[in-house]
Design a binder for this molecule. Structure first.
Ligand code: ASP
Length: 333
């Protein structure tokens, strides 16, 4: 029988109602006790990482999860991480960068309703997460929710209430779980180097700046003293607006001169950015040699930026880490 380590972090799945709203209170053992079917699947050990609504999770907690997986790697066949759904796609991306090339699965799951509610999705999601974690083909960082198995680099929360809360963005779900059986759509390619690589470093001095039409760029001066990277969530394929007397392009020039990395992304949910298509994009790219997120999801772009900043001491090294594909975060490479 396989041995799985379950890490509990809080989230709705572990919440109970209080007079101030839902608060995570249940331990990992409480969760397991609500799903007796799990005992037939594998041997489970548990660890408490924290008891947080995932709104309060930061890269520091995700680094703690990665280190816990690293410390326990040899002793277990896989890992299940119970996490709040609100920042789970950031967590899945963060763990995909901190734990690379893992032949053992690290599976994130959670639920839209507490495990105690009669019509909860928690029980099914937990069973599916363990079914996947014990599957012979499972590996890498994955998010399992509502029967979908999604790469950690491609997940996004797309619904606040429905059980079908997560989508795989611009990439197929790699498997589905039906009646607690895994159907693989994309099988992992056998790896020449089957050893996991752990690197739990992060620098969270990153800002995501969403453009709105007519944005006053005065705000950007503040950013140069407080950030190491600004991801600009632009319009469409990407470009920097140039309003008379209020030029984002000039403001970006000042950021770059101050040593801040500026990375262009798009606020369009699908199909990524491409600065080479329009003059507004080409102008920005040529003037400042801007980086762009391309086919990466916004969540992956944010977490990869934090991870690459934490692991680099020069802009050249940052670029190298940022543009090295990890788990299909960059497509067509
Ligand atoms: N606010 C909760 C959290 O992210 C929502 C959930 O888990 O579904 O922790």
């Amino acid at each position: 029988m396989k041995k799985i380590l379950m890490l509990a972090t809080g989230g709705t799945i572990a919440s109970k109602p209080t007079e101030n709203g839902l608060v995570p209170q249940l331990t990992a053992d409480d969760l397991i006790a609500c799903v007796p079917e799990l005992a037939a699947l594998c041997q489970i050990h548990t660890l408490e990482v924290c008891h947080l609504d995932s709104t309060d999770m930061t890269p520091a907690q995700w680094a703690k999860i990665a280190l816990t997986v690293q410390e326990n790697y040899a002793a277990y066949d896989g890992f299940v991480v119970c996490h709040g759904t609100d920042t789970m796609s950031y967590a899945a991306a963060a763990l995909s960068y901190m734990i690379q090339n893992s032949p053992k699965p690290v599976v994130l799951t959670g639920s839209q309703k507490s495990v105690f509610v009669r019509d909860t999705d928690a029980r099914n999601n937990l069973i599916d997460a363990f079914v996947y974690a014990t599957d012979p083909l499972a590996c890498g960082v994955r998010l399992v929710f509502n029967g979908k198995v999604i790469l950690g680099t491609r997940a996004r929360k797309v619904r606040t209430r429905s059980f079908n809360a997560f989508d795989s963005i611009d990439y197929p779900e790699i498997a589905v779980i039906r009646d607690h059986r895994v159907l693989h759509f994309i099988r992992p390619t056998p790896n020449a180097d089957p050893a996991p690589h752990f690197s739990a470093h992060f620098d969270n001095r990153v800002v995501l700046l969403k453009l709105i039409p007519g944005l006053d760029v005065g705000i950007i001066d503040y950013l140069s003293a407080h950030t190491r990277a600004v991801i600009v969530e632009g319009f469409g394929m990407g470009g920097l607006p140039d309003y008379a007397g209020n030029s984002l392009s000039d403001a970006v020039g000042k950021l770059i001169a101050a040593g801040v990395m500026v990375i262009m992304a798009t606020q369009v949910p699908h199909e990524g950015s491409n600065l080479s298509v329009y003059a507004v994009g080409q102008r920005a790219a040529a003037q400042y040699n801007l980086l762009e997120t391309g086919t990466m999801t916004l969540e992956a772009s944010v977490m990869k930026t934090m991870w690459a900043l934490g692991g680099s001491d020069s802009p050249a090294r940052f670029r190298q880490l940022f543009f090295t594909p990890v788990e299909n975060d960059l497509l067509g490479e």
